[in-house]
Design a protein around this ligand. Structure first.
Ligand code: PMT
Length: 403
């Protein structure tokens, strides 16, 4: 791993895990990074600034309002200088401040001003980590593109057992490396990703749809582009913010999605179908708003839509990898396994969309990745993290199939 000459700003907040941050600085310096440490006042209660100064060989900025002029200049300078902004340990308090944009000290002011990718290594008591407020703040930060490493589970300093331990310095270093030097294992590959919901019109003002926000598909498109792929995003109705710089084909109905995907699929090395197409459409549609029939029941007939993934599976060419999703509320693995086979997929991402933190319109997911070789469960993580896990599996499949 080389971080030679890379500018890393490390925010250190007050928690017993601070001692691990000293080791993190040592590892970063050994990897060649130029490390600038900002400590909160509470952090200095655990370790002195001199320790970090000695390890980083740079002055340490501590939260003090004693020299406001210098402070103002310094926080902007560090915000600009950072190629990555890491906060380790990140307390529940600093995450809460970041979620609402509070900038009341050197660290929170600098992190608010930075345009660099932000990586948080949370460390706190299990109760604090699982508290509704922390969960909401984590989701808010993840939705803005903040990256997370950990927390890990185990025995905490307070004696409790559970999630909340800061990740080990080695893991934090790997996460920093992955963000600064993203893998280029998709360079030269054409990847098509579908995202969002389709809409089946009944009349000009009504339609049949579902809750897909596009978040899962967008995370995949962004991750594949970061890893060097030429990405085409085919996108139905979405509420999430689309990743910048990725060409997007907009569609409305399942038939539109079918047309857009089947036309492009033959040129693709990898097709990932995270969209949630409506399985049915109205048999009859109305060109004008359908009027109420004064108390009479209205019976609408639905007819089946084409199955896009199955059609792409039928036309699959050698050397192509097909990934589908299975959104289930019961018999997750059984149903997903059936779809894997029926749609000629190489990989299916099974998500139980009835679980909190998984499925539609949330920033996290819980999934089992199923291939012909077996199933691997991925516990709760951000959709962006899961996107990388899915792409790692695609790379493995390509290697196994000697593509
Ligand atoms: O967009 P988000 O809010 O982030 O939500 C993410 C998600 C829940 C939509 C995503 O994680 C997910 O599960 N997507 C698949 C939804 C779905 O349609 O699942 P399914 O089990 O009904 O379909 C199985 C596979 O066949 C999917 O890859 C689907 O894209 C595809 N399909 C389904 C119906 C159809 N007519 N044609 C298809 O190609």
């Amino acid at each position: 791993m080389s971080l030679k000459g890379r500018e890393v700003v490390l925010g250190v907040t007050g928690g017993i895990a601070v001692y691990k941050s000293v080791e993190l600085v040592s590892r970063l310096v050994k990897a060649g990074a130029n490390v600038h440490v900002i400590m909160t006042k509470n952090a200095t209660e655990f370790v002195t600034p001199l320790t970090f100064e000695t390890m980083s060989r740079n002055p340490v900025v501590v939260d003090t309002f004693a020299r406001p002029d210098k402070w103002e200049v310094e926080h902007i300078a560090l915000a600009h200088r950072a190629e990555i902004f890491v906060i380790a340990p990140a307390t529940a308090n600093v995450m809460a401040k970041m979620a609402v944009g509070i900038a009341d000290d050197m660290l929170t002011t600098t992190v608010l001003a930075t345009k660099a990718p932000i990586l948080l290594a949370p460390a706190m008591n299990t109760g604090m980590w699982t508290a509704a407020a922390t969960k909401a703040n984590t989701a808010t930060l993840a939705s803005r593109g903040v990256h997370f490493v950990g927390p890990a589970g185990g025995r905490l300093a307070c004696g409790d057992v559970g999630a909340g331990r800061m990740s080990e310095p080695k893991e934090i270093l790997s996460a920093i490396d992955a963000l600064l030097n993203p893998l280029q294992d998709f360079a030269g590959l054409k990847v098509m990703v579908t995202a969002g919901a389709t809409r089946e019109r009944l009349d000009p003002v009504r339609y049949l749809t579902n809750d897909s926000s596009g978040k899962m598909g967008f995370a995949l498109a962004e991750a594949a582009a970061k890893r060097g792929a030429e990405v085409t995003l085919v996108c139905g109705a979405v509420t999430a913010h689309a990743p910048d710089g990725i060409p997007m084909v907009r569609v409305e109905s399942t038939q539109d999605l079918y047309d857009a995907v089947t036309r492009r699929a033959p040129q693709m090395d990898v097709v990932i179908q995270a969209a949630a197409p409506a399985d049915y459409r109205f048999e009859q549609t109305w060109p004008q708003k359908l009027k109420k029939a004064d108390g009479e029941p209205l019976t609408l007939t639905l007819v089946e839509n084409p199955d896009i993934a199955a059609a792409v599976g039928e036309m699959k060419h050698p050397g192509q990898i097909l990934v589908g999703f299975a959104a289930e509320t019961q018999h997750l693995l059984e149903n997903a396994q059936k779809k894997l086979v029926k749609k000629h997929l190489d990989l299916i991402v099974a998500n139980d969309v009835s679980q909190p933190g998984a499925g539609f319109n949330v920033d996290t997911n819980i999934a089992t990745l199923i291939t012909s070789g077996g199933a691997v469960a991925y516990p709760l993580r951000t959709k962006r993290q899961l996107a990388d896990d899915i792409l790692d599996t695609v790379t493995k499949l390509r290697e196994e199939q000697k593509i």
